[in-house]
Ligand binder design. Structure first.
Ligand code: GUN
Ligand code: FE
Length: 475
């Protein structure tokens, strides 16, 4: 049976631009059976929507499902997690005193290798999808593992659960454990192609799930492997995801491993290594980018590559604080947020948004980074929510599809409620299982949104839709 047409009524909050949040009240948004937004009407009561919008669309009243945001609730675009390791979910919050390179060895590689066990992989991937959906993540750029069957399974499970996803089979053929690495460049490419073919077979039009070429990071890949993955990206037109300049020891290692004589690059910087291998494209998502030099940031901007800012991870693994405004936003580099779970300690993009705001204030406090003044580094609530939605959409190549309430976009949306309301309509904050963010009713809408960003969590995410389909509901 085809999904019904839907009419959403109430308050809608979304980003117009980096520094501008718009809230629409007493509004109506119509979504057709394919999940596409076909009308956005401001100042439109339910009666008016029925009298004018439905006839204009040729929809019969009795065929339309009406969804109302209750008083104080609002619809908000679904979050886009531009960098998350599905395979690392069991380690969420577990990183001890480690920093990137020893964390990979001690915690990460053993866990990822263990997911070649398909029972374990199914359990982990099922839960990570359910968890991220419950936090309002309607689209995720996932890293899986090097194992093809379980990476295929992750794509299957996203497709079935209805989560929009980019799913990457990790490539790594050096500086990796003997039991967890690609045996050869040829086998890495063959396995990547097999994963791409599988995802194409389950979602030929890539409406929901698409493959993403995933060299883990330069230290774990030979130049030959990176070059062949760059060529594969060119051949297929597929996006690429990898890590860059996360940690100073990692950067020094890249300098040692890839002198220009080996790569043919203009210099030995991290970005130049990727560029020399054809991996710096307008469809490339670069995770972290904490310590880019100015010339690297300029190269990233010239290539129109995108950046996933991962503040929870950058703090947890003491990688550093990315100078987001100076290096990315002021250069016009597209930037979104990544949880980088489990380098990041949380599966929540809302937490990443909160930490993006707080870390940017630490950057201000530090005065200068790399000798540059950082007085203007602080990111506002409006800006971090932009990064979590529209910015992320641009990063994953879906800027015209998701991230806002606009005609032609898909209905990838979460319904947010801050007060807890009892059966009789009375506010019962403090009396239940928590999750209440007290709103008194006199706060402006921007202030209510700020309360959500700084105090909210998944308990405020009441319902979640992707492409018009209800994929999560809080009970
Ligand atoms: N660099 C290479 N692999 C990883 C990973 O799994 N997580 C993070 N944060 N950085 C990496
Ligand atoms: Fe990562």
């Amino acid at each position: 049976m085809a999904a019904p047409n839907k009419l959403f009524l109430g308050s809608f909050v979304h980003s117009k631009k980096l520094k501008e949040i718009e809230s629409l009240h007493n509004a109506a948004v119509a979504v057709d059976s394919s999940g596409k937004i076909v009308a956005v009407e401001k100042d439109c009561s339910e009666g008016r929507a029925r009298e004018t919008v439905l006839p204009r669309l040729g929809w019969r009243e009795d065929e339309v499902e009406v969804v109302r945001a209750a008083d104080g609730q609002f619809f908000f675009p679904g979050f886009i997690d531009t960098h998350i390791h599905a395979s690392q979910y069991p380690n969420v919050g577990i990183f001890g005193e480690s920093t990137l390179l020893d964390w990979l060895k001690k915690y990460t590689f053993p866990l990822e290798a263990s997911l070649a066990d398909s029972t374990k992989a199914r359990q982990v991937y099922t839960r990570v999808i359910r968890k991220t959906l419950s936090h309002g993540t309607t689209c995720a750029a996932y890293y899986a593992t090097i194992d093809v069957p379980s990476t295929n399974l992750l794509a299957d499970l996203c497709h079935t659960a209805g989560q929009r996803a980019l799913v990457g089979r990790i490539c790594m053929n050096q500086n990796s454990p003997d039991k967890y690495r690609d045996a050869s460049v040829e086998s890495a490419i063959a396995d990547t192609r097999a994963n791409i073919e599988h995802i194409r077979s389950i979602d030929p039009s890539m409406a929901l799930v698409r493959p993403i070429i995933t060299p883990r990071f330069a230290p774990a890949c030979s130049v030959d492997l990176m070059r062949q993955l760059g060529a594969l990206a060119k051949e297929t037109g597929l996006p690429i995801q990898t890590h860059i300049s996360e940690n100073t020891a990692e950067i020094a290692f890249v300098g040692e491993l890839f002198p220009p004589s080996v790569t043919g690059a203009a210099d030995d910087t991290y970005a130049a290594v990727y560029d020399a291998c054809g991996l710096l494209t307008e469809r490339t998502i670069l995770g972290h980018a904490v310590h880019l030099t100015d010339s690297e940031a300029e190269l990233v901007a010239r290539r129109k590559a995108k950046i996933s800012h991962c503040p929870c991870s950058n703090s947890a693994l003491t990688s550093g604080a990315a100078p987001v405004r100076r290096q990315f936003l002021d250069r016009g580099i597209a930037c979104g947020l990544g949880t980088d779970m489990s380098g990041g300690y949380s599966p929540s993009v809302l937490e990443a948004a909160r930490q993006a705001a707080l870390v940017s204030r630490q950057v201000v406090l530090s005065g200068t980074v790399d000798g540059k003044r950082e007085d203007g580094a602080a990111l506002s609530v409006d800006e971090v929510l932009y990064l979590a939605t529209r910015g992320g959409a641009e990063v994953v190549g879906l800027a015209d599809k998701v991230g806002a309430f606009e005609v032609g976009m898909d209905w990838d949306v979460q319904l947010i409620g801050l007060n807890i309301v009892g059966e009789d309509g009375e506010v019962i904050n403090g009396d239940g299982d928590g999750g209440d963010v007290d709103v008194f009713g006199w706060e402006s809408w921007p202030n209510q949104v700020a309360k959500w960003v700084y105090n909210g969590d998944d308990r405020n995410t009441k319902k979640v839709w992707v492409k018009g389909r209800l994929v999560h509901e809080r009970r």
